[in-house]
Design a protein around this ligand. Structure first.
Ligand SMILES: NC(=O)c1ccc[n+]([C@@H]2O[C@H](COP(=O)([O-])OP(=O)(O)OC[C@H]3O[C@@H](n4cnc5c(N)ncnc54)[C@H](OP(=O)(O)O)[C@@H]3O)[C@@H](O)[C@H]2O)c1
Length: 299
């Protein structure tokens, strides 16, 4: 089969956690998978694990550091040089950059906002023509139910344009939630802008997945607490369940031409009132274009 007859997916952060569990399922479904990841050694190991289970799996790696616009542009160019179609883009990479003081991207943005939102905003826009040419195609952006201030779990999102670079204060949880609210605005606004193209955009929440969080914890106690205690709680989702949620949004026929939804546990779920604010989503889009140095007319 030539590459033009195959289904091709790019997933960011696909060499660990929920991303890797998703890659295993995409491979089982016959996708050619591109891991867009910042750690090439980890990607090499992930590819070896995939090949050990499925020797004929089609899986490749392209370097991507979402904390650098230059790296995001290089990643998109490297993919385009392959001249592959693109049917699925999963914007999965992201994390809470848990530190007392803010960390910043190469371009000066606070790390959660820069990596979780801006890096994906730029990557998706650079790949839009590839997606449109391969339609029907889907973009899945991984957000979190924590984007919703009504959830009342810790300090709520506080999306303030005068504090995006932590000029006023820094709180890792608030900035993570802000980035996940930005993911919602982006996913919904992208879907509006893609109307009629055959490309859809949805947001997904994998649920609370302690196995993924615990795997990266350095302290043995914290690792044990997440992977052995919290992972057994009824409210926790396993890597298997969380990746099923991505796979449902990415491949289920019922979501084929459905966009602008928040998908949790494989089903549409209502997202926060704020996430549906079209004016806020439009403003974020315009500002993100400017920050990323994108000219929409040329995309
Ligand atoms: N686990 C949960 O309970 C939960 C709940 C709601 C939402 N989520 C979301 O689910 C997604 C996947 O997270 P996970 O739980 O599976 O955690 P994970 O295993 O830590 O995966 C996060 C991925 O993001 C990558 N990443 C971080 N910074 C990056 C950068 N600058 N450039 C490129 N890649 C970068 C990481 O790469 P490295 O391996 O190089 O660090 C890793 O592959 C995230 O968007 C997260 O916010 C998770």
């Amino acid at each position: 089969m030539s590459i033009n007859q195959e289904r091709v997916a790019i997933i960011t952060g696909g060499n660990s956690g929920i991303g890797f569990a998703t890659v295993q399922k995409l491979i089982a479904k016959g996708y050619t998978v591109i891991l867009a990841s910042r750690n090439q050694e980890a990607s090499k190991e992930a590819i070896e694990r995939i090949h050990a289970a499925t020797p004929n799996a089609k899986i490749e790696s392209i370097p991507l550091d979402l904390a650098s616009f230059e790296s995001v542009r290089a990643c998109a160019s490297a993919f385009q040089a392959k001249e592959y179609p693109l049917h699925l883009l999963i914007n999965n990479a992201g994390q809470m950059f848990d530190s007392k003081e803010g960390k910043f991207t190469a371009d000066g943005f606070e790390m959660s906002f820069g990596v979780n939102h801006l890096g994906h905003f730029l990557l998706t826009n650079l790949l839009l023509e590839n997606l449109k040419r391969s339609a029907p195609a889907r973009v899945i952006t991984v957000s979190s139910s924590l984007h919703d201030p009504e959830l009342k779990q810790g300090p709520p999102a506080d999306f303030d344009y005068d504090n995006l670079k932590a000029e006023k204060y820094y709180d890792a949880q608030v900035f993570y939630k802000n980035s996940k609210l930005a993911n919602m605005w982006f996913a919904y606004e992208l879907n509006r802008r893609l109307a009629g193209t055959g490309v859809t955009s949805n947001a997904v929440c994998p649920g609370f997945v302690p196995a993924a969080i615990g795997a990266k914890r350095k302290s043995p106690f914290s690792k044990f607490f997440f992977t052995q205690i919290l992972a057994r709680m009824p409210f926790a989702r396993s890597l298997e369940e969380a990746s099923d949620s991505y796979i449902g949004a990415a491949t289920k026929p019922k979501f084929e031409s459905v966009g602008g939804k928040f998908i949790v546990d494989g089903e549409e779920k209502e997202s926060s009132i704020d996430s549906h604010d079209e004016e806020k989503a439009r403003i974020l889009w315009e500002k993100s274009l400017e920050w990323c140095g994108l000219d929409e007319a040329k995309i």
